[in-house]
Design a protein around this ligand. Structure first.
Ligand SMILES: [Zn+2]
Length: 40
């Protein structure tokens, strides 16, 4: 997977969120995001 913001592949695991999804952080830009985010 790649960073949703900068496209970097320098992604590290950064714990998980309330619903158990894995959370990641980009080492390049610091953006945090979850896998397969759903906005609905
Ligand atoms: Zn990034």
């Amino acid at each position: 997977m790649t960073c949703i913001q900068c496209g970097s592949k320098e992604i590290v695991k950064n714990g998980s969120i309330h619903n158990g999804k894995q959370k990641f952080m980009c080492k390049e830009c610091g953006r945090q995001f979850v896998e397969n985010p759903q906005t609905s």
